[in-house]
Design a binder for this molecule. Structure first.
Ligand code: UGA
Length: 442
């Protein structure tokens, strides 16, 4: 059993804390947002994630996971402290690491024994070194005699599958600078490795940081690659879904993350691609490929607008039903959501926008009150001049051609996530366009 403190109980921090507790460790979650702490103390998750509430029910009730807003309490017995605070993007391109630095200072102030400080937030390679400097400076300023070592343990969980990904990861990666910190992380992950036989990559701190950068940038590159291929497919009459299937059978390529559409969003890929490009520049390498990956991604939204304009000519005063608001299914997260960006672009072009989402509407109400919300698909489609599929929720996949025909004023559907069958939609009489597949005559 290891005494663990997790600083920051957001998506990564809360799920990780609950998983550590499930593996038998004693865990404290520390956060400076009193509303979150209060909710969590009552055993309630403050955001939606499949399986999270059940996991909290088990570990909070069992007393293995506690929450506090008091740093001194949280760090009292900590042997391993995970930094899971936010690293929001800054206007210049890099992430804002002020919260990470602040955790470093707080930990030195309250450490009551030797401990390992582990970065789990997605941070640029070299943050480990920066944290070491902070610790050295603060240790000599405060005269704290405890040894604090910095390690990196990047997180690879996906929103919407965070609990599953954390309890059964493809791999665990940690970078350490001594046997002491390596052994501490071995003890943290021992129950998982014993149960699941999950592969472990043990390395140094900068390499662990780079594994995270490279993994996210590579996945984003796959998505932009297939989206660029989709553009060519449209122009030569090929079907990108079948191209992806054909490519995916090659075991060197594999089938996943080759789904063409509106592109990637969320709190990770857009920010991480920019941060990696920014880091590369800082160290003297122009990683132009990543700039193209981001450019292709945003360009997918123009493609959808182009298709709408092709059908409707002007968008001014046209009512467009946007189906889906979350950046992907299985979450209510709107951060960098392509659906929301598209809705905003449509409004700028003069359209009236309505939006439907099975779980994210409360967040739309708070963050984008300008968008007209609809609780049902039928209500959203009713009388609209066109529909755009923006998030591939199952509810949206199940819409039949007849439902569109019955409700829309004009039978126009732009499928930004390739969820419907083009032959069926076109045969039913819809003006159907998707991304890189057969469309109604252009
Ligand atoms: C991503 C990574 O997949 C995780 O491994 C990583 O830990 C996480 O970022 C992070 O750095 O914290 P996440 O942002 O939750 O996870 O979402 P993904 O499932 O990766 O989807 C990202 C976006 O790509 C979504 O908007 C999704 O719709 C889009 N996408 C995904 C596609 O457009 N095509 C695909 O084939 C796959």
């Amino acid at each position: 059993m290891v005494n663990i403190t997790v600083v920051g109980v957001g998506h990564v921090g809360l799920v990780s804390a609950a998983a550590f507790a499930r593996w038998g460790h004693q865990v404290v979650g520390l956060d400076d947002d009193p509303a979150k702490v209060e909710k969590l103390r009552g055993g309630q998750a403050w955001f939606y994630e499949p399986g999270l509430q059940e996991l909290l029910d088990e570990v909070v009730t069992g007393g293995r996971l506690q929450f506090t807003g008091d740093a001194k309490d949280a760090l009292q017995d900590a042997e391993v402290v995970f930094v899971c605070v936010g690293t929001p993007p800054m206007p210049g391109g890099g992430p804002n690491l002020a919260f990470v630095e602040a955790v470093g200072r707080t930990v030195v102030e309250h450490a009551s024994r030797d401990l390992v400080l582990v970065e789990k937030s997605t941070v640029p390679a070299n943050t480990g070194r920066r944290l070491e400097q902070v610790i050295q400076r603060e240790t000599s300023r405060l005269g704290n005699s405890h040894r604090i070592e910095v390690a990196s343990n990047p997180e690879f969980l996906k929103e919407g599958a965070a609990v599953e990904d954390t309890l059964h990861p493809d791999r665990v990666v940690y970078g350490t600078s001594s046997d002491v910190s390596r052994d501490a992380l071995r003890r943290v992950y021992a129950p998982l490795v014993e149960q699941d036989g999950c592969p472990v990559v043990e390395t140094d701190v900068p390499t662990a940081e780079l594994i995270k950068h490279a993994s996210n940038a590579f996945l984003a590159t796959r998505i932009s690659f297939i989206n660029a291929v989709a553009q060519i497919c449209e122009r030569v009459g090929a079907d990108v879904a079948v191209v992806a299937e054909g490519m995916g059978h090659d075991v060197r390529i594999g089938p996943r993350f080759l789904q063409a559409g509106l592109g990637y969003g969320g709190s990770c890929f857009p920010k991480d691609v920019d941060a990696f490009a920014h880091l590369a520049k800082q160290v003297g390498y122009d990683f132009e490929l990543l700039e193209q990956v981001a450019r292709i991604n945003v360009g997918q939204r123009d493609t959808v607008i182009g298709k709408l304009e092709h059908e409707l000519w002007h968008l001014t005063d046209k009512t467009i039903a946007v189906l889906g608001a979350a950046f992907k299914p299985g979450t209510d997260d709107l951060r960098e959501s392509p659906a929301i960006h598209l809705a905003q672009r449509l409004r700028e072009a003069g359209a009236e926008v309505r939006i439907y989402d099975p779980v994210a509407l409360p967040n739309v109400a708070i963050e984008h009150p300008e968008l007209e919300r609809h609780e049902t698909i039928e209500g959203c489609l009713d009388g609209a001049h066109a529909a755009v599929v923006a998030t591939d929720w199952d509810e949206i996949k199940r819409i039949t051609p007849q439902q569109y025909l019955d409700k829309l004023a004009y039978p126009i559907v732009i499928d930004g996530r390739n969820v419907h069958d083009p032959d069926e939609m076109i045969a039913a009489g819809l003006r159907y366009h998707s991304m890189g597949r057969r469309s109604v005559d252009l």
